[in-house]
Design a protein around this ligand. Structure first.
Ligand code: IPE
Ligand code: IPE
Ligand code: MG
Ligand code: MG
Ligand code: MG
Length: 304
């Protein structure tokens, strides 16, 4: 049986499409000279991999839609993710001074501004989904049907909020500096802090397309969560050696509870690959899912 996957060029084209629309959006939405807007532009313009928007747009394609239909949720997801990074780097959390190859927002600006950038990105992401003026900022985006917008807001709120990413971040902080716990606890922590937002990124891509079914949405959410866990395992592994644009070996030096600290790089990588393979087995073997397959495969080999 031939399983269809996309090429690196296909993925690069989707990245390019998103990148151009996102840059235009940032400049139209935050044109002011106020320091907080400068800091928002600084945070959003950092050279991130755009994994979550790519998952969102590819999920729309998977269910028979077009990227333009999922562009607004893709931007909202990247804003939520960027907020999470700005706050993750704060002195009270991971206390990191490098992100995406540049000083973190609280270093380049100051701590109060970094907190406010996170607050603004979070609320602006949600209002973007409900705001009828969105077309002014993102001309290529297609409006989301009202029912879809509500479901998308609910999905993202669940994933990012107090029972999702925030809970994961809180558990991550609790474990920092303690003797390692059990695998099940680490899985839960990683699933919450990272997996759920990748799952929601896929789900909201499908929710943007009116012909998607509840089965499509559930399948895509589960896929995103599984590759999200694998993605965080890979993040733990490469923290120790790769050029990630972040401080090298930060997790070990901070006493973080990670896959690397629990089982070592080789066993952690076996687990990440297993999760990825299982998640690919659960996708329909049709060409519309080819981009999602390619993203999952590429994430396992990434070194940055
Ligand atoms: C970093 O996310 C935080 C994690 C959840 C591991 P990414 O590795 O997607 O960060 P960017 O957006 O590419 O900088
Ligand atoms: C961060 O995990 C997860 C979120 C931001 C929600 P990490 O703390 O491992 O991310 P990096 O390594 O700083 O990017
Ligand atoms: Mg962290
Ligand atoms: Mg961190
Ligand atoms: Mg990390």
């Amino acid at each position: 049986m031939t399983i269809s996957t996309a090429t690196d060029a296909d993925l690069a084209a989707l990245f390019q499409f998103f990148q151009e629309e996102f840059k235009g959006f940032i400049n139209r939405k935050y044109p002011d000279n106020h320091r907080v807007h400068e800091a928002i532009r600084y945070a959003l313009n950092g050279p991130g991999k755009k994994i979550r928007p790519l998952l969102c747009l590819s999920s729309a394609i998977a269910v028979g839609g077009r990227p333009e239909q999922a562009l607004i949720p893709a931007i909202a997801v990247e804003m939520l993710h960027t907020y999470s990074l700005v706050h993750d780097d704060l002195p009270a959390m991971d206390n990191d001074d490098m992100r995406r190859g540049r000083p973190t927002v609280h270093v380049a600006f100051d701590e109060a501004i970094a907190i406010l950038v996170g607050d603004a990105l979070q609320t602006d992401a949600i209002s973007l989904l409900a705001d009828t003026a969105t077309a002014e900022w993102i001309p290529k985006a297609e409006a989301i049907p009202a029912k879809g917008a509500l479901a998308i807001i609910a999905e993202l709120g669940r994933a990012a909020g107090g029972h999702g990413m925030v809970l994961g971040q809180a558990i991550d902080m609790e474990w920092t500096g303690k003797t390692a716990g059990q695998l099940a606890e680490l899985d839960r922590l990683h699933q919450l802090k990272t997996g759920v937002l990748l799952g929601a990124s896929c789900a909201v891509g499908a929710l943007s397309c009116k012909d998607s079914t509840p089965e499509d949405i559930n399948r895509l959410r589960s896929f995103g969560e599984a590759i999200g866990l694998a993605f965080q395992i890979r993040d733990d592994i490469i923290d120790s050696f790769a050029q990630t644009g972040k401080t090298a070996n930060k997790d070990a030096n901070s006493g973080k509870f990670t896959y690397l600290s629990l089982m070592g790089a080789d066993a952690a990588m076996v687990r990440a690959r297993q999760l990825t393979e299982n998640s690919l087995d659960n996708l329909p073997n049709t060409s519309s899912y080819a981009l999602l397959r390619k993203i999952a495969i590429n994430l396992m080999d990434r070194t940055g």
